[in-house]
Design a protein around this ligand. Structure first.
Ligand SMILES: NC(=O)c1ccc[n+]([C@@H]2O[C@H](COP(=O)([O-])OP(=O)(O)OC[C@H]3O[C@@H](n4cnc5c(N)ncnc54)[C@H](OP(=O)(O)O)[C@@H]3O)[C@@H](O)[C@H]2O)c1
Length: 255
């Protein structure tokens, strides 16, 4: 069989959180282009979104759900709703995330709590609820979205750095438990990507230039840069890859 066939996602259902914009949208569209139907989730996603239009134009289905991952009861209700709607994802992309910038000495409790809930705790809960069915069925692909701050501490984003460090460990913890059941758990760690998440950094000319100078490839990343890595980790091309944190950063971590 041609190895290209192993990247084919025809007949698979991919649930992508934060699919409305940015990196999540880039990954959702790439998974659809490889053949997957997509279930999109985000805080404000409504029927008729741009991502929905792009995916249905490819001949794939797109099912939108609106969920605030800062609200644990809304997340639990969403997991129950998926079950009631008969949705059994083959692929789960945990991508939705938020960031709050303020020096540690002034960083408020509610910002810390919100970032940890959205970026870490909700991702564990959703992975547990969807992963249980994957384990029972004997197959599944879970992709977390880590960060350079899974490895580095960052500046003025203590909650974010802690949440992304946690995602690195959660990736390995779930991979250790589920690799033997046919469920692969891995993560993608984006470098510096031009999305709403990095708007403040890009608006600060000095930070923008100093970051750009350190990227060996000489440019910031785009959501489209995540299509290939997401399809790889979502497909049987990566069946023997477990607990890996795939850095997609134009070479930043190599310096
Ligand atoms: N951009 C970077 O340089 C970079 C670097 C490393 C890691 N990452 C990670 O990559 C992921 C995507 O980031 P991005 O840059 O694409 O960010 P983005 O453009 O700000 O998009 C974030 C997405 O997450 C959703 N989201 C945020 N808070 C949510 C909540 N409480 N409940 C439900 N959905 C929520 C948003 O929903 P709505 O659209 O409905 O608001 C949006 O679709 C995040 O986990 C981020 O930490 C990004």
């Amino acid at each position: 069989m041609s190895v290209l066939k192993s990247f084919d996602l025809t007949g698979k259902t991919a649930l992508v959180t934060g699919a409305k914009r940015g990196i999540g949208r880039g990954m959702a569209e790439a998974l659809a282009s490889a053949g997957a139907d997509v279930v999109g989730v985000s805080a404000t996603l409504a029927p008729g979104s741009e991502v929905e239009q792009a995916i249905t134009a490819m001949g794939r289905t797109f099912t939108p759900y609106q969920v605030d991952f800062a609200d644990r009861s809304a997340l639990t209700a969403f997991a129950a709703q998926l079950e009631a709607d008969g949705i059994k994802p083959d692929i789960l992309v945990n991508n939705a995330g938020t960031i709050k910038r303020k020096p540690a000495a002034e960083h408020p409790d509610d910002w810390w709590d919100e970032v940890i809930e959205v970026n870490l705790s909700s991702q564990f809960v959703l992975s547990r609820e969807i992963g249980r069915g994957m384990v029972e069925r004997g197959h599944g692909k879970i992709i977390f979205t880590a960060s350079l701050l899974t490895f580095q501490g960052g500046i003025t984003v203590p909650g974010y750095a802690a949440s992304k460090g946690g995602i690195g460990q959660l990736t390995k913890a779930l991979a250790n438990e589920w690799a033997g059941t046919g469920v692969n758990v891995n993560a993608i760690a984006p470098g510096y990507i031009a999305t709403d998440n990095t708007e403040a950094l890009r608006a600060d000319e000095a930070r923008y230039s100093s970051i750009l100078e350190r990227i060996p490839q000489g440019r910031w990343g785009t959501p489209e840069d995540f299509g290939g890595p997401a399809v790889f980790l979502a497909s049987s091309a990566s069946d023997y890859v477990n607990g890996e944190i795939l850095v997609v950063d134009g070479g930043w971590m190599g310096r």
